[in-house]
Ligand binder design. Structure first.
Ligand code: C2E
Ligand code: CA
Ligand code: CA
Ligand code: CA
Length: 280
């Protein structure tokens, strides 16, 4: 909708124009983000539901362009649309591998069992993905068995034939696969059993309100049952309070990720925080 203003035609809906402009500047900015050193990884600890001890960490990408921080909730979808996610994804994977190698050298056997890294659908459709990941694994000296690839349920099911092939190649390299945001997409259980999947991550939407809403509790109970039946580990994300933790523990959820235990941390803080718990 346009309206004639004093200085010409304006979009009536300013927020749409803002969105278009933001998308343009994000697209241009992302193109240079890597070489300008504007990216930084955060590591959010994932803990054992029973003991609270760290079992792994999820790498979450942060972007600091000159005009201030932009949330991944905004720039990741844009990067997926423009294809910039392919280069970003390789940068992210390299960071995860480098951290895996460093942490294992620092903490040896007591190092967190895995580092998980998000992989988007657009990356899975890149023909060279498995080869590129293999090369980064070699270059960094990372142990592939300690890298967990998180792929959303929606991406996994979107192009099942291609994904089956790609995931098998990634699994052959020794890496493990998690279904991220489980419960928000539409998995065919038959397809799920065909994929080389090791972990399910319950979406925050179901953890939210688990203490008060019996429907959410029922959904979580069903997912726990499914994970058991398929022999998969289960992670609940977005756990913010003790009531949620107690519910999830009672249901038999294996691992917990959320602000109740830890926020995503800068790597030096992460190392500092765990240098007591883990033996150097
Ligand atoms: P996700 O993969 O589902 O990651 C979990 C998100 O939940 C993260 O948001 C994390 O900071 C947040 N979170 C963790 N615990 C809590 C909690 O207790 N309460 C609340 N309210 N939030 C919690 P973040 O870091 O803003 O990332 C948002 C999304 O951006 C991610 O969702 C993921 O889809 C995407 N993303 C982030 N980094 C990457 C990346 O390196 N590659 C790709 N492809 N996507 C990424
Ligand atoms: Ca994730
Ligand atoms: Ca998730
Ligand atoms: Ca999510």
């Amino acid at each position: 909708v346009k309206q004639k203003g004093r200085d010409g035609w304006h979009f009536f809906n300013d927020s749409l124009e803002q969105k278009v402009r933001q998308r343009l500047s994000v697209t241009q900015g992302l193109r240079l983000a890597i070489e300008r050193n504007e990216l930084s990884p955060r590591f959010q600890p994932i803990v054992c539901a029973d003991s609270g001890r760290i079992v792994g960490a999820e790498l979450l990408l942060r972007w600091f362009p000159p005009e201030g921080e932009i949330s991944p909730a905004i720039f990741i979808p844009i990067a997926e649309m423009t294809g910039a996610i392919v280069a970003l994804g390789l940068w992210v994977f390299r960071q995860a591998c480098r951290a895996e190698f460093d942490w294992r050298r620092r903490w040896s056997e007591s190092a967190p069992a895995y580092i998980s890294v998000n992989v988007s659908a657009r990356q899975l459709s890149e023909q060279s993905l498995a080869e590129d990941f293999a090369e980064i694994l070699r270059e960094t000296g990372a142990d592939p068995r300690r890298i967990l690839l998180e792929i959303t349920e929606t991406s996994l099911m979107a192009d099942i034939d291609n994904n089956l092939r790609v995931l098998q190649r990634l699994a052959d390299l020794g890496m493990r696969v998690a279904v991220d945001d489980f419960g928000t997409g539409y998995s065919s259980l038959a397809q799920l059993t065909r994929l080389p999947v090791n972990v399910l991550k319950i979406d925050r939407a179901f953890v939210d309100g688990i203490e008060t809403q019996s429907e959410n509790r029922a959904v979580n109970r069903a997912i726990v049952g499914l994970a058991r039946a398929l022999g998969l580990k289960l992670v609940a994300e977005g756990v913010e309070n003790i009531e949620q933790l107690l519910e999830l523990r009672a249901l038999g959820c294996d691992y917990i990720q959320g602000y109740l235990f830890h926020r995503p941390l800068e790597e030096p803080m992460f190392i500092d925080r765990f240098s007591h718990e883990l033996q150097e």
